[in-house]
Design a protein around this ligand. Structure first.
Ligand code: IFM
Length: 495
């Protein structure tokens, strides 16, 4: 593996650009989960663009913008889906094809048992928050306020509206609850023996919903006139709605147990799995759902996750931002709680999705944990070694491919684009990582070639003299302005 990382990343870049490039930016193209290389999922679009857009945002912002237009063209369909479900706003589909209607299967086959089983994965309404997150991140990276104030705001407001209408105030808790959903961990689609599908108060769903509501409020407050008035008219915003959004965004319930975030309400009451026993018996236990069902059991009974779920929060939000989000919700969240949460879910996750190792790699890199690189390597090997046991032949995994490129670009450099500055917090690279030196140039808020290079414990940043404006850079211990024509070598913290 050492030395191969660069080759694999180039292969990933090839697949990303083959599927999404300036040549597709003029077309009505979404992000198919399996790229252009196979028939798995029938070419459907899920939430996987959440892992691809961050890379595109900093290289081909026009492609990201086109992908967001793709979602915007399907906003009316998402609003119809919400209305059909008796809700306000926009309910984006979990799986969709050309016209944006929900196309998730209602039954799926367990090839191990040969049985067809009900499929409730369409309850992954968190896909809407992924669309909103992508809007926000794209606009932060590109500085495209025109999109943010028009189509972007329209999507954000409609998604926020959906969450505000879906959350129900529970007087016993004094908090809003979102019930009957499925989180990113697709293993848990209901409580054991319950007569209804879905689980309640999925922490990822609720925290991201609160984030969307907060962003929608920020937009509603800061939009310049006459755009504000036009937008409010277009979405038919009732004056009372922002008040409700404020309340919901501060009082959504996030369950905890034993000092960690609970994946969902009641997770801690589920049975612990005998992981060693199952490993000894089956070897590869990534698809525990299939194994357990074939034994006449159900994965819903166990504290077992297919992929990162609560830990997805550490992928979307850097520690300080996550702490702020929890604070706003009236919960304490510090490094100890987060560390304990990571410790709790790591051994309870089977990594039955290529997205899982990618997200764990990210989360552990951010936490500067030694085993981070093991997960990063697994994420890199996803398709070249077909780690999911035969799925690559049905199509590559575009989310994991885009995500690994972004892991190097933003994860290892700690790069964030917010508050009109470029934030950098590089991670010391373990040896041998195959990535002891790497460089790339990004497009950032109208700049064409901000160059970054990581090498021998130092980070180099340069702004070409062809640029017109300086950029603001924030590091953990200092801020600097890098003017056109300037470059700086900055020491990395030792690891
Ligand atoms: O979107 C993913 C999901 O998170 C896990 N199962 C496969 C989907 C498509 O890649």
């Amino acid at each position: 593996m050492p030395g191969e990382a660069g080759h694999i990343l180039r292969l990933h870049l090839f697949h990303v650009l083959q599927t999404l490039s300036p040549h597709t930016a003029e077309l009505d193209v979404g992000v198919p989960a399996r790229g252009l290389h196979g028939e798995a999922y029938r070419g459907h679009v899920f939430w996987d663009e959440l892992f691809v857009l961050p890379y595109l945002n900093l290289h081909f912002p026009e492609v990201s913008r086109a992908l967001l237009h793709y979602r915007h063209r399907r906003l009316p369909q998402a609003c119809r889906a919400a209305a059909d479900a008796g809700r306000a706003g926009a309910m984006y589909p979990w799986q969709s094809g050309s016209d944006g209607r929900e196309e998730t299967q209602t039954f799926h086959l367990n090839p191990r048992s040969g049985r067809w089983l009900p499929d409730h994965s369409r309850l992954q309404h968190h896909v809407g928050s992924a669309v909103a997150y992508n809007v926000w991140q794209y606009c932060q990276a590109s500085g495209d306020t025109d999109f943010l104030h028009t189509k972007g705001a329209e999507m954000l407001l409609q998604i926020a509206r959906f969450w505000a209408d879906t959350a129900v105030l529970d007087p016993d808790h004094g908090r809003y609850r979102i019930r009957g959903v499925v989180g990113p961990d697709e293993y848990h689609d209901g409580y054991p023996g319950a007569g209804r599908p879905g689980i309640d108060d999925n922490a990822y769903t609720n925290v991201t919903a609160a984030w969307v509501l907060d962003r929608a409020l920020e937009l509603a407050r800061t939009l310049p006139e006459p755009r504000r008035r036009e937008l409010f008219e277009r979405v038919g915003l009732d004056r009372a709605e922002p008040e409700l959004w404020e309340d919901v965004s501060r009082r959504l319930l996030v369950p905890f147990h034993r000092g960690v975030i609970s994946q969902f309400d009641g997770y801690q009451e589920l049975t612990e799995l005998d992981w060693d026993g199952y490993r000894a018996r089956y070897g590869d236990i990534r698809r525990l759902d299939r194994i357990l069902e074939s034994e006449g059991d159900s994965v819903n009974r166990y504290q077992v996750s297919k992929q990162a779920d609560a830990l997805m929060l550490g992928y979307l939000f850097a520690p300080a931002e996550l702490a702020g989000l929890f604070r706003r919700l009236g919960y304490a969240m510090d490094d100890d709680i987060w560390r304990a949460t990571v410790e709790y879910y790591l051994p309870r996750t089977s990594h039955g999705s290529t997205l899982s190792e990618l997200v764990h790699g990210w989360v552990l890199v951010r936490a500067r944990r030694a085993e981070a690189w093991r997960y990063c390597q697994e994420a890199l090997l996803g398709d070249v070694a077909d780690v999911q046991g035969g799925t690559t032949g049905e199509g590559i995994h575009l989310g994991a491919m885009g995500g690994t490129l972004d892991l190097v670009q933003r994860g290892l450099t700690g790069l964030e684009t917010r508050e009109e500055a470029l934030w950098l917090d590089p991670v010391p690279l373990p040896e041998p990582s195959g990535l002891s030196e790497y460089r790339f140039a990004i497009r950032y808020r109208g700049h064409w070639g901000v160059a970054l290079r990581v090498r021998a414990g130092r980070l180099w940043i340069s702004v070409p003299d062809s640029e017109e404006r300086p950029i603001e850079v924030r590091l953990a211990d200092r801020s600097l302005t890098v003017a056109p024509g300037e470059s700086h070598w900055l020491p990395l913290p030792s690891g």
